[in-house]
Design a protein around this ligand. Structure first.
Ligand SMILES: Nc1ncnc2c1ncn2[C@@H]1O[C@H](COP(=O)(O)OP(=O)(O)OP(=O)(O)O)[C@@H](O)[C@H]1O
Ligand SMILES: [Mg+2]
Length: 404
């Protein structure tokens, strides 16, 4: 029983360290270039060695315990066998037991002790299985975004509105409310530019509005319906979201643009032309079938951003949530995507763009300024950007540039 407890502790330790080592491996491969440029390889090699040493230590200890228990059981078995023989011979001499009886007893004894010794190995395996199962169960027991018994709505009609009511959101790692909004409504035709200093919560707000993060409190309503009561398919059709860091997948330019599927070639080419992606394709002999490696290698940062934007264009959403769509673009490409958004978005669509680039305010009929997760200004661009003094947390770059 004691050995079993210790074996369990060692199994847990070995499994956890194994996960850590796997995570470190993925992290190191993904960040290989930056590790090399910073000369930080030794740090990762050190961590790798430490984890491997701990794993080897746990494995050695568990093997030591299992072999000690196996040997002890074997020795005890042999002692019991010898004792049985001595006792048996004495009994035969006394005429109580026959020779056949003794032979029978020793065969039976061996049959009982043998499996006990073997079961020690099974016990070690069992500890690993038990712990792995417990981990999988803990994962399955985690609360899901939507309840299993929930009847998700697929409404016939949804108005072109997006409302946030008393929405608060905090990341699990910190109690700070990264989004804390009493009321924020967007109506058809809104062209909103969302401004604010680094870390004020713009990206978090867009993710909450896109239904990617569930608010800790309050409601996000799409066309009057609670976003978390709607079928995800409905949300995907109506809300288009461009993340700040666009992730491309292994495949081709075409498969990466039409990630959601169901896109015909002419539409794909139309969007590619509109955003200037056709120029990327033209430089490559495989054209739109240009190969893309894991993480988007094979394209430049700006080109990756254009592909991300193309995904939103191809989805033709009613609500566009664009997080820094032009952060990696040159001025010409930025102008180009501004024109493209203006021409592709329907007049009734809601377009919300989080940005630090002042030029994008030219598209807006509404400017919202965030600070520490809250809305500190909301109104027409000329009102918000002219009236609000720079010291009140308006990002200085934006305010000055627009005035000039
Ligand atoms: N995954 C996360 N876990 C914990 N905290 C996070 C996470 N992502 C962001 N934060 C924190 O939440 C705050 C808001 O981050 P967010 O990315 O929304 O800011 P932002 O306004 O988009 O900034 P930027 O202009 O730099 O893109 C930051 O202080 C950040 O440290
Ligand atoms: Mg951001």
């Amino acid at each position: 029983w004691l050995a079993q407890r210790r074996l369990r502790e060692l199994a847990i330790q070995e499994i956890r360290r194994g996960h850590e080592r796997h995570g470190l491996l993925v992290d190191t491969i993904q960040g290989a270039e930056i590790i090399q440029s910073c000369g930080g390889g030794w740090r990762f090699a050190d961590t790798w060695r430490t984890i491997t040493a701990t794993m080897a230590d746990s494995s050695l200890k568990s093997k030591l315990i299992s072999s000690t228990v196996t040997t002890t059981t074997g020795t005890l078995g042999t002692i019991a066998y010898v004792a049985a023989m001595i006792a048996g011979v004495t009994q035969i001499e006394a005429g109580v037991l026959t020779t056949g009886g003794l032979v029978g007893c020793t065969i039976l004894g061996g049959r009982v002790i043998g499996p006990i010794a073997q079961s020690i190995q099974t016990l070690v395996q069992w500890q690993y299985v038990r712990e792995s199962l417990a981990m999988v169960n803990r994962l399955l027991e985690l609360e899901t975004d939507r309840r299993d018994d929930q009847n998700l709505m697929i409404p016939d009609y949804l108005a072109d509105t997006l409302d946030l009511e008393a929405v608060r959101f905090a990341y699990p790692t910190s109690p700070l409310q990264r989004v804390d909004i009493k009321r924020l409504s967007f109506k058809a035709g809104d062209r909103v530019v969302l401004l604010g200093a680094n870390g004020c919560g713009k990206s978090t707000l867009l993710k909450v509005a896109a239904g990617l993060y569930k608010p800790s409190e309050g409601q996000v309503r799409l066309g009057g319906a609670d976003l978390w009561e709607l079928d995800p398919q409905v949300i995907n059709e109506r809300i288009g979201y461009l993340p700040q860091d666009v992730h491309l997948f292994k495949g081709t330019l075409r498969t990466n643009m039409a990630l959601g599927g169901g896109v015909n070639d002419s539409r794909l080419l139309e969007v590619a032309q509109l955003l200037g992606i056709d120029r990327v394709a033209a430089e490559n002999p495989r054209s739109m079938d240009l190969e893309i490696s894991e993480g988007g290698q094979g394209l430049s940062g700006g080109q990756r951003q254009l592909v991300g934007l193309a995904r939103v264009f191809l989805a033709s959403p009613r609500v566009w949530l664009l997080d820094e769509p032009s952060a990696s673009l040159d001025m010409e490409s930025e102008n180009n995507i501004l024109e493209a958004i203006n021409s592709w978005a329907r007049p009734t669509d809601i377009v919300i763009i989080a940005t630090h680039r002042p030029r994008l305010t030219s598209l807006a009929n509404r400017v919202i300024i965030m600070n520490h997760g809250q809305i500190v200004a909301d109104g027409k661009p000329e009102d918000v950007l002219q009236k609000r003094p720079v010291k009140q947390n308006v990002p200085a770059g934006n305010a000055i540039a627009v005035r000039n």
